[in-house]
Design a protein around this ligand. Structure first.
Ligand code: ARG
Length: 465
C-alpha cells in the first residue's frame, strides 16, 4: 500500500501524509475522551444495520463483543492510541478490525465520521449536562439550608456598594438561588436541542442503505433523528448554547465570588469561610485567603473565551461538514470541566459559610440604613415624599456630625427636623422593624425568606432532586 500512515483512504493517494501534517490534523489526543460515546453509538449502529438486513446476526454480535473488549482495554489503560490513525473513531475501528477481522470493516457501512462525531459529542454533552444540572441543584440545596438558618440575620443591603437599606442575609442568599434557577433552566433547555440524533446523515447527504434512524435514535435514547442531513453533520450551535449557558452561570458565580471575597475581608468581616476552603500565604503568617471564590471568579475568563472560540469557529462555515469543526472539542471539554469544578467547589463550600451576625448588624446600623423607613413614616403621616426626603437628609447630616444612627437620636433631636415625628417613630427606625415591614412576595422580611425557602424546596422537589 502506498500510504502507510492512513490506510483508511490510501487508495486515492500517491504519497503518504506528511508526518507533521498527520500530527497537525490528528485529534486523538483530545477526542479519545469520547471513546465511550463512540462505542455506544457504534453498537447502536450495528444493531440497526442487522435489523435492516445489512449485517448478519453473527456479524452484529462479533462487532458488539469486539467493541465491548475495546472499551475494557481503554478503561484499563491497555489500549494503544495511535496518532497515525488520526482520531478516536479510526483508532477504535482499526482495533476492531484487528480483533474480529473483516467484519470490523463493515461497521462503517451507511455511516461517516461526520455523523459519527456529531453523535458522539451530543451523547457526551447530554451526560455532562445532566451532571451540571445535578450540581446546580446541589448548590441550590446548600443555599436553601443556609438561607433558612440566616432568615432573621440582618445585614446592610447595598446599591453602588454603599449601604442602602437593611436586608436579611437569608434574602441575599435567596437572590443567588433565583439566579441559579434560571441557569438550571438554560442548561435544561439546551439539553433539548442537544438530544437530537445526527446518525444516518452519513457524510452529508444521507445514505443509500435502508437504514432505520428511528430505531437507532430509540436505542441511544435520542428524542428524534435530526431532520436534515446537511445540518446534522455541520452545525455546532448546541455546543455554543452550552457555552453561552455556562458563561451566564459563571457570570453569576463571579458575582457571588466577589461578594464572598469582600465579606471575608477584615474591612467587612461578614462571614467566615472554614479553613478547608482557604489557603495561607508563604510569607505573611496572618493571611487566610478566599482562594475558592477568587479562582471561580478568574475561571469565568476561560468559559467566556470558549464561547467566543466556538462562535468564531462556526462563523461563515459553508454547509456541510468542515474540518474547522474538529476545533470544537477542546473549548467544549474545558468549559465542561470548568463549570463542573466551579459548581462542585461552591456546592461543597456554601453550606459551611458562617455568618458573623454581630458584624453584619453593626454595619447595617452604622450606615443609616433605615433612612428610607423614616421617609416612608413621614409620608404615611401626610408629608409629601420629596419633603420627607429633605427632612431625612438633614437628620442624616446631623447624625454624621454627632456620630449617632437615626435610631439612637432622641425624639427631641429628631423633631428639630420635623414636628410631625412622634414617639412611634422608633418602631420603624429599628433594623428589625425595617426588614419586617417589607413583608410581601419577594421582600426581605424574615417570613418572606422562609416562604421563599419553601418555594425553593418545592422547585427542587419538582426536578426530582
Ligand atoms: N476528527 C474529526 C472531527 O472531530 C472527525 C470527523 C472527520 N471527518 C472528516 N471528513 N475528516 O471533526
Amino acid at each position: 500500500m502506498s500510504n502507510e500512515t492512513n490506510q483508511q483512504w490510501g487508495g486515492r493517494f500517491s504519497e503518504p501524509t506528511d508526518a507533521f501534517v498527520a500530527r497537525f490534523t490528528a485529534s486523538v489526543d483530545f477526542d479519545r475522551r469520547l471513546y465511550k460515546q463512540d462505542i455506544q453509538g457504534s453498537i447502536a449502529h450495528a444493531r440497526m444495520l442487522e435489523k435492516v438486513g445489512v449485517l448478519t446476526e453473527k456479524e452484529r454480535d462479533d462487532i458488539i463483543r469486539g467493541l465491548g473488549e475495546i472499551r475494557i482495554e481503554i478503561e484499563r489503560g491497555e489500549f494503544e492510541w495511535s496518532v497515525e490513525l488520526e482520531d478516536v473513531h479510526m483508532n477504535i475501528e482499526a482495533a476492531l478490525t484487528k480483533k474480529i477481522g473483516i467484519t470490523g470493516k463493515k461497521l462503517h457501512t451507511g455511516r461517516s465520521r461526520n455523523d459519527q462525531v456529531a453523535t458522539d459529542i451530543r451523547l457526551y454533552m447530554r451526560d455532562e449536562i445532566d451532571l451540571v444540572l445535578s450540581e446546580i441543584s446541589r448548590l441550590q440545596h446548600g443555599l436553601l439550608e443556609l438561607a433558612e438558618r440566616e432568615a432573621d440575620t440582618i445585614m446592610p443591603g447595598f446599591t453602588h456598594l454603599q449601604t442602602a437599606q437593611p436586608v436579611t442575609f437569608g434574602h441575599h442568599l435567596m437572590a443567588w438561588f433565583e439566579m441559579l434557577s434560571r441557569d438550571y433552566e438554560r442548561f435544561a433547555d439546551c439539553r433539548k436541542r442537544v438530544n437530537v440524533m445526527p446518525l444516518g446523515a452519513a457524510a452529508l447527504a444521507g445514505t443509500t442503505y435502508p437504514i432505520d434512524r428511528a430505531y437507532t435514535a430509540e436505542l441511544l435514547q435520542f428524542d428524534t433523528p435530526a431532520g436534515n442531513s446537511l445540518d446534522a453533520v455541520s452545525d455546532r450551535d448546541f455546543a455554543i448554547e452550552f457555552c453561552a449557558a455556562a458563561s451566564v452561570l459563571l457570570m453569576h458565580m463571579t458575582r457571588m465570588s466577589e461578594e464572598l471575597v469582600l465579606w471575608t475581608s477584615a474591612q467587612f468581616n461578614f462571614i467566615n469561610l472554614p479553613d478547608r476552603f482557604c489557603t495561607g500565604s508563604s510569607i505573611m503568617p496572618q493571611k487566610k485567603n478566599p482562594d475558592v471564590p477568587e479562582l471561580v471568579r478568574g475561571k469565568s475568563g476561560r468559559v467566556y473565551g470558549h464561547l467566543m472560540s466556538l462562535l468564531t469557529l462556526m462563523k461563515s462555515q459553508p454547509l456541510a461538514y468542515n474540518k474547522d469543526n474538529q476545533e470544537d472539542k477542546e473549548p467544549l471539554f474545558d468549559a465542561v470541566d470548568t463549570v463542573k469544578g466551579c459548581l462542585r467547589a461552591f456546592a461543597d463550600m456554601v453550606p459551611a459559610i458562617e455568618a458573623r451576625k454581630d458584624d453584619m448588624r453593626e454595619a447595617a446600623r452604622r450606615g443609616f440604613s433605615t433612612a428610607t423607613d423614616l421617609a416612608d413614616y413621614l409620608v404615611r403621616k401626610g408629608v409629601p415624599f420629596r419633603d420627607a426626603h429633605e427632612i431625612v437628609g438633614q437628620s442624616v447630616a446631623y447624625g454624621i456630625k454627632s456620630g449617632k444612627d437615626l435610631s439612637e437620636m432622641t425624639l427631641e433631636e429628631l423633631q428639630q427636623f420635623s414636628d410631625t415625628i412622634a414617639d412611634d417613630v422608633f418602631d420603624v427606625l429599628t433594623l428589625e422593624g425595617s426588614v419586617a415591614a417589607r413583608n410581601h412576595i419577594g421582600g426581605t422580611a424574615p417570613d418572606q425568606v422562609r416562604a421563599a425557602v419553601d418555594r425553593g424546596r418545592e422547585l427542587l422537589a419538582s426536578r426530582g432532586d
